[in-house]
Design a protein around this ligand. Structure first.
Ligand SMILES: *[C@@H]1O[C@H](CO)[C@@H](O)[C@H](O)[C@H]1NC(C)=O
Ligand SMILES: *[C@@H]1O[C@H](CO)[C@@H](O)[C@H](O)[C@H]1NC(C)=O
Ligand SMILES: *[C@@H]1O[C@H](CO)[C@@H](O)[C@H](O)[C@H]1NC(C)=O
Length: 385
């Protein structure tokens, strides 16, 4: 009985680990991510049936997590081949799709896409998306979901090209209390650097992702009430709020390539950030030089002050005293401390010197005196002699 229980808990721990931890230590479990799937012709030759195609929307957890395979109409296709350096664009691009992982964040009050917060929208929402063949099989899609390919923890190279995503983001109230509509419309998928390219998702039949987000229950937090793919012509354009008024719409546009490390390129904030950032970088790069320069300046200033004081004392001792007093009153505190401390220190050193010199003088006088007396004592008899 006991051994059965420990065995059961062992399996439970294993099941938990496969959900939370690294998905697999065995490279063979990742083969699907390196090698392309068999084509229809290859399957026919092998006498195998055609696979089931992955659905546009895969429900991972109801109300909480969905993976969207959004067909990218007329988009170029980026090819990555196993063992081949670099990527290339396919000549007659095959139909392809982009993958988006919509999930409610751990705080239960925001919505993420591929790990970036889009509701409430937090800019810059730098979303990267994998491009897959439009006829990706359901089997591979399940592996992607189980092994969390769109998670930040995913570190395995894949045959899928990754794109920077730009989007238009529209929210509006609905006629349901505490339910908001979110339209997430991808406008560009692009790649910079070596062999760059951009896909414009602007064809009339191109779909966008439309979600209803509910905040009806505070304890449960934010929920995905519905998620669907709609064409431009089918999307909801206005809604009547429960109060009877037409719902206002809020649209924001995010263009990935218009943002860099310092923010939204060309804005006042960006100029400011860049200036501050670059000045800061320059200072930290030259900190040793600047420290050396500061020391040189301090030493120079002290020398000049000392010389000035000495000169004044020579020119007019009384006037020099007055000026020094004036300076002390006008000077800021640290400087004042320094000026006061310096003579004090000199005085102390001087006094110590005086004592050091004085002490042996006194002693030697004493010794001399004693010597004198002894001498005189000795001399007495000698005199007497
Ligand atoms: C998937 O699409 C590609 C490109 O169009 C094609 O070559 C391949 O045969 C298709 N695969 C299946 C299983 O239909
Ligand atoms: C989707 O995103 C969530 C939150 O970042 C993450 O926990 C989950 O593993 C992701 N799913 C996939 C399939 O990558
Ligand atoms: C730019 O400024 C914002 C706030 O003004 C700040 O949060 C951000 O960290 C800054 N970025 C850089 C790179 O300095």
């Amino acid at each position: 009985m006991r051994s059965f229980l420990s065995l059961a808990s062992f399996f439970a721990a294993g099941a938990l680990a496969s959900h939370l931890g690294p998905t697999s230590d065995d490279w063979r479990d990742y083969q699907w991510s390196y090698y392309p799937e068999n084509t229809a012709d290859e399957l026919k030759e092998l006498g195998l049936p055609l696979p089931e195609i992955a659905a546009p929307i895969t429900t991972v957890h109801e109300h909480d997590n969905y993976v969207v395979k959004l067909e990218c109409l007329g988009c170029p296709f980026r090819v990555r081949e196993y063992g081949v350096r670099g990527e290339h664009w396919q000549e007659n691009p095959q139909d392809n799709s982009l993958l988006f992982n919509f999930s409610i964040a751990e705080d239960k009050h925001s919505l993420l896409v591929n790990g970036r917060q889009i509701y409430p929208l937090a800019l810059p929402a730098k979303i990267y998306s994998f491009q897959v063949p439009a006829n990706l099989s359901a089997n591979v899609m399940h592996k992607m979901v189980d092994m969390r390919m769109m998670d930040s923890s995913w570190m395995v190279g894949t045959q899928y090209g990754s794109f920077e995503i730009s989007f238009e983001h529209t929210t509006m109230m609905t006629n349901e209390r505490l339910v908001q509509l979110l339209q997430f419309d991808i406008t560009h998928a692009e790649i910079r650097g070596e062999n760059p390219g951009v896909a414009l998702l602007n064809q009339p039949k191109q779909k966008l992702i439309q979600l209803k987000l509910s905040h009806e229950n505070i304890q449960e937090g934010l929920k995905i009430k519905s998620i669907e793919l709609v064409e431009q012509g089918e999307k909801m354009t206005h809604a009547i709020m429960p109060c009877g008024k037409e719902a206002p719409r809020f649209t924001q546009v995010f263009r990935f390539t218009e943002w860099d490390y310092y923010g939204h390129i060309g804005t006042l904030k960006w100029t400011w950030n860049k200036t501050i950032g670059e000045t800061g970088d320059w200072i930290s790069d030259h900190s040793f030089l600047l420290a050396a320069l500061a020391i040189v300046l301090i030493v120079l200033k002290r020398r000049i002050n000392q010389r000035r004081k000495a000169k004044r004392a020579i020119d007019d001792p009384e006037a020099a005293l007055l000026i020094v007093e004036d300076d002390e009153e006008a000077a800021p505190e640290p400087v004042q401390d320094e000026q006061q401390a310096e003579p004090k220190l000199e005085e102390v050193v001087f006094a110590e010197k005086m004592l050091d010199e004085a002490a042996p003088v006194v002693e030697s006088k004493k010794e001399e005196g004693e010597a004198e007396t002894t001498v005189s004592d000795e001399s007495k008899p000698s005199l007497l002699n």
